[in-house]
Ligand binder design. Sequence first.
Ligand SMILES: Cc1cc2nc3c(=O)[nH]c(=O)nc-3n(C[C@H](O)[C@H](O)[C@H](O)COP(=O)(O)OP(=O)(O)OC[C@H]3O[C@@H](n4cnc5c(N)ncnc54)[C@H](O)[C@@H]3O)c2cc1C
Ligand SMILES: NC(=O)c1ccc[n+]([C@@H]2O[C@H](COP(=O)([O-])OP(=O)(O)OC[C@H]3O[C@@H](n4cnc5c(N)ncnc54)[C@H](OP(=O)(O)O)[C@@H]3O)[C@@H](O)[C@H]2O)c1
Length: 265
Amino acid sequence: MDSQSMTTNSSDKWTKSQVLWMQYWTPALLSFRISRIPDFRFRPGLYARLGLREREDEELVWRPFSMASSPDADYLEFIATLVPDGRFSVLLEKLKIGDSMCIDKAAFGFLTLDQLAPGRDLWLLATGTGIGPFVSILRDGAVWQCFENIILVHSARLAAELVYRDEIAVLAGKHSPGQTGARLHYLPIVTREPGATSLTGHIPQLLEDGRLEAATGCPITVETSRFMACGNPSMTQEVRAWLNALGFQTTRRGVHGQMAFEKYW
Ligand SMILES: Cc1cc2nc3c(=O)[nH]c(=O)nc-3n(C[C@H](O)[C@H](O)[C@H](O)COP(=O)(O)OP(=O)(O)OC[C@H]3O[C@@H](n4cnc5c(N)ncnc54)[C@H](O)[C@@H]3O)c2cc1C
Ligand SMILES: NC(=O)c1ccc[n+]([C@@H]2O[C@H](COP(=O)([O-])OP(=O)(O)OC[C@H]3O[C@@H](n4cnc5c(N)ncnc54)[C@H](OP(=O)(O)O)[C@@H]3O)[C@@H](O)[C@H]2O)c1
C-alpha cells in the first residue's frame, strides 16, 4: 500500500461529501466543489485527502488536495489536473454532480501565512494546479491587511490553463494603487504558447535574472520579502535553493522563517 492510499472503513478520520459543482477549464483540468461538514475547519493553504472508489466494495484511493475555497465558504473547492492513467485521476474523470467523495475530517500542511515572519511583500509562486492554495489565501480577507504587495506568479503550459484568471483580474483591480490594503500584482506565465504572456520561462530563472523583480518593482530582500511556492517539485526545489543562498529560511523550531513550500509529487 502506498503512503497516499489506505484501506479502511473507519469513519472517525473521514466523512462522505457530495459533489455540488464542476467546471472544466480544459479537458484535463477541472475545479469542483463538494459539501462541507460544519466542523471541518482549515486555514487557507492547507490540504485534505480526498477518497474515491469505483464501487462501494472497492478500496478507496486517497490523494491530498489543497483547498482553493475561502475558509468561510459553506462548500470546499479544489482544482485538479487529470494525469493520464493516474489511479485517482481515472476515478475523478468519471465523477458527476451528485456523486459522493470521501474527505478527511482534518486539514494538514504548512503552506499558511502563520508560517511566515511579518514582511512587506508576499510572493506566491505557483506552477499548474499549485495555484489552488493561493486562490484560497486571496479569497480570505486576512492577507490583504498583512502586506503592502502581494505578487502572484502562475506558470502554466497553455493560456487555457491560467485558471481563475478573471477572478484574479477583478481582485487586482480592487487591490490596485490608491486603494487600502495590499496591492495585487498578477504575473501569468505561459511556457508552451509563444507570445501568450509577456513573461515566459521557468520561475526560478525569472527570479535569478531579475525579471520578476523588474516586472513588479518589488526588490527581493530577506528583510522585506516573504515567499510561498507550490506545485512542480523541481520548481519548489530550485526556488528554495536560490532563496536559501540569499539567506531565506523556512520556519524551524518555533522560529518564523521567510519562505514556505508545498510540492505536489
Ligand atoms: C500536499 C499535496 C497537495 C496536493 N494538492 C493537489 C491539488 O490541489 N490539485 C492537484 O491536481 N493535485 C494535487 N496534488 C497531487 C494529487 O494528490 C495527485 O497526485 C494527483 O491528483 C494525481 O493523482 P493520480 O493518482 O491520478 O496520479 P499519481 O500517481 O498520484 O501521480 C502520477 C504523476 O502525475 C504527476 N502529477 C501528480 N499531480 C500532479 C499535478 N497536480 N499537476 C501536474 N502533475 C501532477 C506527477 O508526475 C506524478 O508522479 C497534491 C499533492 C500533495 C502532496
Ligand atoms: N498541461 C497539459 O496540457 C496536460 C494535459 C493532460 C495531462 N497532463 C498531465 O499533467 C501533468 C503536467 O501538468 P501541468 O502542466 O499542470 O504541470 P507541470 O508539468 O508542472 O507544468 C506547469 C508549469 O510549470 C512549468 N515547469 C516545469 N518544470 C519547472 C521547473 N523546474 N521550474 C519552474 N517551472 C517549471 C511548466 O513549464 P514547461 O512547459 O517548460 O514544462 C509549466 O509552465 C503531467 O502528468 C501531464 O501528463 C498535462
